[in-house]
Design a protein around this ligand. Structure first.
Ligand code: CA
Length: 308
C-alpha cells in the first residue's frame, strides 16, 4: 500500500520529466500512470494573476517565446512569465529544456527538443487533471506545489502565496490529512504561510546547498525538509564507504520528514547505478522520500525493497 507509514515516497519531479518535457500535462499523466505518490508543481504567476506550472520565473529555456513575442524581452535578455497574460502564454509551445544561446537540449538523451506539441497550463488545470484521474482510477495521488521566488513576486506587487493557498483551499487541500505538500525555498515566506496566512497544510522547507540551516527553527513551522541529496551523501571515505551526514538523523529527532532532490538516472555522479544511488539515499541515509525525474525506476526500486 502506498502512503503506508514508513513507506518511502516517490515524488515525480516536474512530472516524468526524464521522459517528456517537464511540467507538461503529458509528463504528469505519465508519472501518474507510473504510480508516483505525488506529482510536483512549480508555480509562477502571470500578469493577470494566474498561477501557471513552470520551473523558472522566465520562459525562454522551455518555450518558443523568443519567436512569438520578441519584443517582450527584458534588458537582461529574459522573458518573464509575469509580463504575459495567461492567454498570451497559451499561444506558446513548450519544448524539452534547452539552452537558448545554442538551442541544444540540456539532457541530450531525453525527449528531443522542439518536437511534438506541448503547452503551458494553470495550477487549477493540473489539479483538476489529477483529481479527475483520482476519481476514475480510484487512487489518491497527491500534489506537491512549490511557491517559486515569493520575493520576486512581491517586488512585482503580487502575493503569490495568498493566491495559491486560496486555490488549494478551494480544491479541498486544507490540512495535513489532505494529499498535498506545500514547499518553498524561502524560509521567511514559509513561516509566513504557517503563522500569518494560517495554513494547516503539510509544509516542506526546501534547503539550499549549505548545511548550516537551523533545524530547530524549521521544525517550529514546517513538517519536513527538502535538502539536496549531496547535503546528506558527502562522498566516499578512503575505504570506499559513503559518508552520510547527520542531517536526516537530526531532522527525524525533530519529527521532520526528509524529501531529498533530485534523483536522475541520467546524472549519476560517482554512483555506479541509479539503484546504487537510491539504495544509499533511501536505506543507508534513511531519507523518507525522493524527488525524481524517473518515477518508474524509483517506484520499481522501492516496491522491490518493500516486498523483501
Ligand atoms: Ca521544484
Amino acid at each position: 500500500m502506498k502512503n503506508q507509514k514508513n513507506k518511502k515516497i516517490v515524488i515525480a519531479h516536474r512530472g516524468a520529466s526524464g521522459y517528456l518535457p517537464e511540467h507538461t500535462l503529458p509528463a504528469k499523466a505519465m508519472a501518474y500512470a507510473m504510480g508516483a505518490d505525488y506529482l510536483e508543481q512549480d508555480i509562477v504567476l502571470t500578469k493577470d494573476d494566474v498561477p501557471i506550472v513552470i520551473h523558472d520565473i522566465h520562459l525562454e529555456t522551455v518555450t518558443d517565446v523568443a519567436l512569438k513575442f520578441p519584443k517582450k524581452k527584458r534588458n537582461d535578455g529574459k522573458y518573464y512569465v509575469i509580463d504575459f497574460t495567461f492567454k498570451e502564454l497559451q499561444q506558446l509551445n513548450v519544448s524539452e529544456r534547452f539552452d537558448p544561446e545554442t538551442n541544444e537540449a540540456v539532457f541530450p538523451n531525453r525527449f528531443p527538443a522542439f518536437t511534438s506539441t506541448f503547452k503551458l497550463h494553470s495550477l487549477q488545470e493540473e489539479i483538476e487533471f489529477i483529481q479527475e484521474l483520482n476519481k476514475s482510477t480510484e487512487k489518491n495521488i497527491g500534489i506537491y506545489p512549490e511557491i517559486k521566488d515569493p520575493e520576486f513576486h512581491q517586488k512585482e506587487g503580487k502575493d503569490i502565496s495568498k493566491i495559491v493557498l486560496e486555490i488549494l483551499n478551494n480544491y479541498g487541500y486544507k490540512t495535513k490529512n489532505d494529499p498535498c505538500i506545500l514547499q518553498c525555498f524561502d524560509a521567511q515566506e514559509l513561516k509566513r504561510i504557517r503563522n500569518e496566512l494560517k495554513s494547516e497544510l503539510f509544509l516542506v522547507q526546501l534547503m539550499e546547498f549549505k548545511t548550516d540551516e537551523k533545524l530547530e527553527e524549521i521544525a517550529a513551522y514546517a513538517d519536513g525538509i527538502g535538502p539536496w541529496y549531496k547535503q546528506i551523501i558527502k562522498g566516499k571515505d578512503k575505504k570506499g564507504n559513503w559518508l552520510i551526514s547527520d542531517l536526516v538523523e537530526k531532522a527525524h529527532k525533530l519529527h521532520l520528514k526528509v524529501h531529498a532532490y533530485t534523483f536522475r538516472a541520467d546524472q549519476l555522479g560517482d554512483f555506479s547505478s541509479f539503484e546504487d544511488l537510491l539504495q544509499v539515499a533511501l536505506y543507508e541515509a534513511n531519507v523518507d522520500g525522493v524527488f525524481t525525474d524517473f518515477p518508474d525506476k524509483a517506484i520499481g526500486f522501492v516496491d522491490k525493497k518493500y516486498k523483501n
